[in-house]
Design a protein around this ligand. Sequence first.
Ligand SMILES: C[S@@+](CC[C@H](N)C(=O)[O-])C[C@H]1O[C@@H](n2cnc3c(N)ncnc32)[C@H](O)[C@@H]1O
Length: 319
Amino acid sequence: MSFLKPKDIIEEGDTVILYLSVNSMHAIEATPTIVNKKGETIEYIFQTSYGALKVRNLIGVAYGSRVELSKGWAYVLQPNPELWTQTLPHRTQIIYTPDISMILFQLEVRPGSLIVESGTGSGSLSHYFLRAIKPSGHLHTFDFHEARVQQARDEFQRHGLGTCVSVYHRDVCQLGFGNELEGKADAVFLDLPAPHLCVPFAAKTLKERGGRFCSFSPCIEQSQRCCIALQENGFTEIRSLEILQMEHIVKTKTIPVLDLEFLKHKVADENNADTSTDKAGNLKTPKELKKLLTSSVPPTIPGHTGYLTFATLPPAFVR
Ligand SMILES: C[S@@+](CC[C@H](N)C(=O)[O-])C[C@H]1O[C@@H](n2cnc3c(N)ncnc32)[C@H](O)[C@@H]1O
């Protein structure tokens, strides 16, 4: 139940983040025993790069505590969507925090929102939707992969989020989101290989008074087809963008000090005879150089994840 609200103490069944370092974290369930591959119930011992942890010892411990491992120590943290995205079991490709922050902002997700999502995948994005819309909102999430649907349902239940989410097993490109949701959604989000096929269903599902749409696609061709479908289905404000994280290069560099006297003479020289070069023809430069701490952008920016296509469905009376 660890995602529902802040907690002080780890209870049996909680999902706990075992934090070894910023690059090494594990999500574990606080349960004294597990069933091994042979079907036997055994003591739950979790192995890490700093040795073993007897998981039963976590129950009753305060979140944020330092716990002993056989060859070191770790912190036990209450999970949130950001930590969950970094530690969740990958059943599919997932969407990460930088893209998700833009999705939540652009879709205007807030407490009480009714959100429709497909595919559910590994539930990475779903956890952010749920944090933003609870306690009064609802997430309807669809996937056509039956096993993933069941795994996601169980996971939301274990995380204490079961009442805020409905998980459906359906091919949304063939069947849409169903009559029950027609005209109800504040926002529709798609992470599908062929989102354009689902756009007409998204239009039907958004509220009469309008709503926001987003589709995430790794390839520009998917976004292009999606944009055409959005236009054909009455959407406006269609915009595709890409989130690229850029780490600035901070370096000490030797650079010439801006010499206004020098510039004044240089301009005067250029207006009269050309004396901006010396006798050997070299450009005269200011004499003073200074070492300064500088910041510049990298020549290339790696890290393409996907294109985010946003659109608005205007209220019914202006469509
Ligand atoms: C990339 S995953 C979604 C990942 C998810 N956004 C996350 O952050 O964890 C795409 C999912 O869409 C599902 N899917 C693909 N086509 C579908 C369709 N036509 N109807 C329903 N689900 C579909 C796949 O089964 C897969 O689980």
